[in-house]
Write a protein that binds this ligand. Structure first.
Ligand SMILES: *[C@@H]1O[C@H](CO)[C@@H](O)[C@H](O)[C@H]1NC(C)=O
Ligand SMILES: *[C@@H]1O[C@H](CO)[C@@H](O)[C@H](O)[C@H]1NC(C)=O
Ligand SMILES: *[C@@H]1O[C@H](CO)[C@@H](O)[C@H](O)[C@H]1NC(C)=O
Length: 958
């Protein structure tokens, strides 16, 4: 929409408001001439008053204006929850380590939790008599495992952005103007969202379902519990539905909290720029203020008995603005999506101009840079909800930082970690807290950030987010300490009803985590220096490492693993876990391992790894790393790729396929690439699959390039590993949210068949490289999710190979449903690069996922490995490579110990190299090695501190 339609929308809404008010006054209140004895007593003039028949209603309405939402005073004495489902048995969880969330997250109780009638009835020592009177009490032995409150996701679009995404259920953003406070997320809430069960499997029990951010005042939000109810309705899933929801004028007291979503900045560009959106806010709040003032004036007269002066007037109301009037009365928990200093400043000024509180700022990439500004918010400092690692995807988030949660907490600002589901899968909300902890947020605050703090920000802390007597019976029993990577719920209860982890389901959870260390809070690195730098440089600290070309001595090394093409998984552990020893690196190459190296070394620098390891660096595949700087800024990327299925490439190219090389689009030194390098991911293979966020991917997605993430430019030694790595093809369906139809899948396959059999002339890039692919000279990577399409491709491969007498190196990327035909894929010697590493049923083609524990024994990853497929793991966004080792650790831990550390390492190094046919290229000089302080590659304890690069003849100290 452009600015003029915004104006139109405004004109329309102001017109309808005028109409509405006109209608109201037309229905004149019946008044009677009454001699009111009560008024007589209080009114000295003793005259006759016109008291309206509905005076009592009006007076109670006026009294209600002063009411503020709060729980009933006897709330904690309740015997049963209003959400109790009759027939639910009581549950006693015994022998647990209970993190209650109370006392600022520092309380840990060893003992039992008793759940009865949907309510927590006891914590700690539960005497027998408390439950033996119950006929059917289910006893669960936690065996010393951790128990926490159910997780609360403060920012979610579950139900309104449901999956698999379908055109018929896009109910998250309105196209009807920047100001739409009258919309309600409950009206678009799809009770059949596949993601509910997944989120519960991650321990998430309550979420705030927000409308999207494409509107400034975007509509009313609601707190939902994710349990399926016997009523099957959205309303029955809402926690404490506001009494106004069904229009009842009279209701039980006290009043309940309402919720509203606001957004500012870039996501409102459809309606104008920042100045436009702030004016639309001021206009809207002014409308609401006029009504509030009119109500107050009216009530002042009514309460003073001045009915004569109110004659012919009705109580001023507007169904369009009523929620904003409630905002001005402090009865609404406002969630505001705002990223930058400029936006936060405008918003804080707005709160002071109109005097309303904001409960929470969301995303808020620059909030950590302006804590004092946040404290000037009218009505008190808001909670700030951030992502752990999703940064730099738009200008607004370019200065976002992993250190933000800690910096905010140090400034006394409550921190929330949130999913923005489906941006991140709500199931892994605890992973956000784990990362926040890794980057410096103290453990109790990390746990609070997904429990009590979001519950408070939503006004629900009396029920959820904290385990206390009288709270809702939403409980998670974990297989490890929840801040450990891979922490998985064994059991989850909502309202006292078991949601996952029933004995009868017979799913194994937590195997391979028997070690005591899994039950403790992980030790994490010290980031004081990096955090101070980040603040000093306002989010953009220099990222270039210090380089040493001479000798580097690494001390206290516990394990050294190197590439070895002949060994299993292409990896060999030279120095197994044992007594820490010394390693000398000279010119980027290991020259000596062992205590004896010490003598005679004139090291330029000494690094103490404190029992850490040296291991091959990791590789990332699949994102536009090195092709774009900021996802949503087309000017920072390569631009739109011509799609031969949707129009002809420029004739001057002389190639109907328009095949181009990613090497020609590379840009070095992007922040994402440098951060990947610092995270031990020194190699990347990128294609042109996702050249711009807005355009759908082209069918022929170019020839990928493999490069070094830490290099400064393309001409630097070792910067480009392999100019032409693989040929990429994307098989896509019409996007559910797109109005432009995609060429049919069958047509795409027909084109592919033609190009591979004997397609374009050899003197065109398309002709030449498709022929090379058909001959098996370079791999063909096909982005595909559906098992049905993969089956077709499998047959196509055989057809081509028979026709050409060749062996094609085929790789499926994405491959969500590959597990359904794992044996066949293995038989056809097709490789798989799974993305995401842990599956999500995003669209229809992805829907048949193997969710993993606690929902299924199997995961796609282990099913494919067991079938004998060479598997690697990829990603799609350039912010993700930084998390490679943690993502893989998660995927490996979810297999119940069936993936060893070495196999996990192979998934993001040697297996990728094998599938992309670049083993020899990476291994030429042994390949880069990364030194980790304190722990191994896949632990939260460790920190990459150096990259030894034989090809470049140097060591980067990070
Ligand atoms: C919790 O932390 C806040 C902020 O640091 C502090 O003001 C409050 O006193 C603490 N409460 C308890 C019970 O420790
Ligand atoms: C409206 O909701 C209130 C409680 O919030 C309830 O008491 C009342 O029965 C509801 N009315 C209707 C018509 O559903
Ligand atoms: C899960 O695996 C265990 C151990 O192999 C097995 O006993 C159980 O039956 C499996 N559960 C299901 C649902 O297949």
């Amino acid at each position: 929409m452009d600015a003029s339609s915004v104006l139109d929308a405004r004109r329309r809404s102001s017109l309808s408001r005028t109409l509405l008010l006109a209608l109201c006054t037309a229905v004149a209140t019946a008044t009677v001439l009454t001699y009111n004895t009560f008024l007589q007593a209080s009114a000295p003039s003793q005259r006759i008053h016109h008291v309206p028949l509905n005076a009592e209603t009006i007076l109670s309405q006026c009294t209600a204006l002063r009411e503020t939402p709060r729980p009933p005073t006897d709330f904690f004495a309740r015997d049963a929850s209003d959400r109790f489902e009759p027939g639910t048995k009581s549950t006693l969880i015994k022998n647990a380590r209970i993190w209650t969330g109370a006392r600022n997250g520092t309380e840990i109780v060893y003992g039992d939790v008793y759940l009865d009638k949907g309510v927590v009835k006891g914590i700690g020592y539960i005497p027998d008599y408390q439950y033996t009177s119950e006929r059917d009490v289910i006893v669960v032995d936690a065996k010393g495992g951790w128990v926490t409150p159910g997780l609360v996701d403060l920012h979610s679009h579950l139900g309104v952005s449901s999956v698999p995404e379908l055109h018929g259920a896009l109910d998250v953003n309105s196209g009807h103007g920047p100001i739409v406070p009258w919309l309600r997320s409950i009206d678009g809430f799809n009770t059949h969202d596949d993601a509910f069960q997944l989120a519960i499997a991650g321990g998430v029990t309550s979420v705030q379902v927000l409308p999207g951010s494409a509107n400034a005042i975007a509509g009313q939000a609601f707190m939902f519990k994710l349990r399926k109810t016997s009523d099957h309705t959205p309303l029955s899933m809402v926690l404490e539905p506001p009494h106004t929801l069904n229009g009842s004028a009279s209701y039980e007291h006290p009043m309940r909290w309402r919720h509203l979503k606001q957004a500012c900045g870039e996501s409102l560009l459809a309606y104008g720029n920042r100045m436009d959106s702030m004016w639309s806010y001021r206009w809207a709040y002014n409308e609401a203020r006029k009504i509030k003032e009119a109500q107050d004036a009216y009530c002042a007269k009514a309460e003073a008995g001045l009915w004569d002066e109110l004659k012919g007037q009705v109580y001023p109301e507007s169904s369009q603005w009523e929620v904003m009037v409630d905002v001005l009365r402090g009865r609404v928990k406002v969630s505001t999506h705002c990223y930058e200093e400029v936006d936060l400043d405008s918003m804080v000024r707005l709160t002071n101009e109109f005097e309303f509180p904001i409960a929470s700022f969301h995303h808020a990439s620059e909030a950590w840079l302006v804590p004092n500004l946040l404290k000037r918010t009218w009505g008190g400092t808001p909670t700030v909800g951030v992502f752990a690692a999703v940064h730099r995807y738009k200008r607004e988030s370019f200065r976002g930082s992993a250190f933000a949660p800690r910096v905010l907490a140090d400034s006394g600002i409550p921190v929330v970690m949130k999913s923005d589901h489906p941006i991140l899968n709500s199931r892994y909300l605890m992973y956000e807290a784990q990362q926040a902890h890794y980057w410096g947020l103290p453990p109790h605050l990390a746990l609070l950030s997904v429990t009590a703090v979001p519950a408070s920000a939503a006004g629900m802390s009396h029920r959820i987010g904290v385990l206390q007597e009288g709270a809702d019976a939403d409980v998670v029993l974990w297989d490890s300490h929840p801040l450990q990577l891979g922490a998985t719920p064994r059991k989850v209860w909502i309202d006292g009803i078991l949601q996952v982890g029933a004995e009868k389901d017979n799913i194994i959870v937590g195997k391979g985590k028997e070690g005591r260390e899994f039950q403790e809070v992980p030790n994490v690195p010290n980031w004081d220096k990096e955090r101070e730098d980040a603040v000093k440089w306002e989010g953009l600290p220099p990222l270039a490492p210090t380089q040493y070309r001479g000798r580097v001595l690494m001390r206290n090394v516990r394990e050294v693993t190197v590439r070895d093409l002949a060994a299993e998984d292409g990896l060999k552990t030279m120095l197994a876990q044992g007594e820490p020893t010394d390693v000398v690196v000279d010119g980027g190459r290991i020259t000596c391992v062992g205590k004896h190296c010490l003598g005679g070394v004139n090291a330029e620098i000494e690094l103490d790894l404190r029992g850490g390891v040296i291991a091959p660096s990791l590789m990332t595949f699949g994102s536009p790393l090195g092709v774009e700087e900021i996802m949503l800024e087309p000017s920072t990327g390569d631009g739109v790729l011509f799609d031969p299925l949707h129009g002809d490439p420029p004739a001057i190219l002389g190639d109907k396929g328009g095949l181009v090389r990613t090497a020609d689009a590379l840009k070095f030194g992007t922040r994402n690439a440098l951060l990947a390098h610092r995270a031990g991911v020194t190699y990347a293979t990128s294609s042109l699959e996702k050249t711009t966020y807005f355009a759908s991917p082209a069918f022929i997605a170019g020839l990928s390039v493999t490069f070094r993430t830490g290099s400064a430019h393309a001409l630097e030694r070792g910067a480009v590993i392999k100019q032409v790595t693989a040929l990429h093809v994307v098989l896509s369906r019409t996007s559910p949210s797109s109005s432009v139809g995609q060429v049919s899948v069958s047509t795409q396959i027909a084109v592919l068949r033609r190009l591979l059999l004997n397609g374009e002339p050899d003197d065109t890039e398309t002709g030449y490289w498709f022929k090379r692919v058909a001959q098996g000279a370079i791999p063909l990577v096909i982005d595909v999710a559906s098992a049905d399409i993969m089956a077709v491709l499998l047959k196509l491969k055989i057809e081509i190979e028979q026709a050409r007498g060749s062996f094609m190196k085929l790789v499926f990327f994405g491959a969500t449903e590959a597990h359904l035909i794992a044996e066949e894929i293995a038989g056809a010697k097709i490789g798989v690069i799974l993305e995401p590493a842990r599956p999500f049923p995003q669209v229809w083609d992805d829907r048949r996922i193997l969710a993993g524990p606690p929902l299924t024994n199997q995961t796609s990853l282990i099913a494919l490995i067991d079938a004998g497929v060479t598997v690697a793991v990829g990603c799609r966004d350039a912010w993700q490579p930084v998390n490679t080792r943690f993502d893989v650790a998660w995927a490996a831990l979810e297999t119940n110990g069936r993936i060893t550390r070495q196999k996990a390492q192979a998934l993001v190094s040697t297996n990728l190299e094998k599938l992309l046919d670049i083993e020899g290229w990476v291994d030429e000089d042994g390949g880069d090695l990364v030194a980790y302080e304190w722990g191994n590659v896949f632990e939260l304890t460790s920190k990459p501190v150096a990259v030894a690069s034989p090809r470049r003849g140097l060591v980067d100290v990070l």
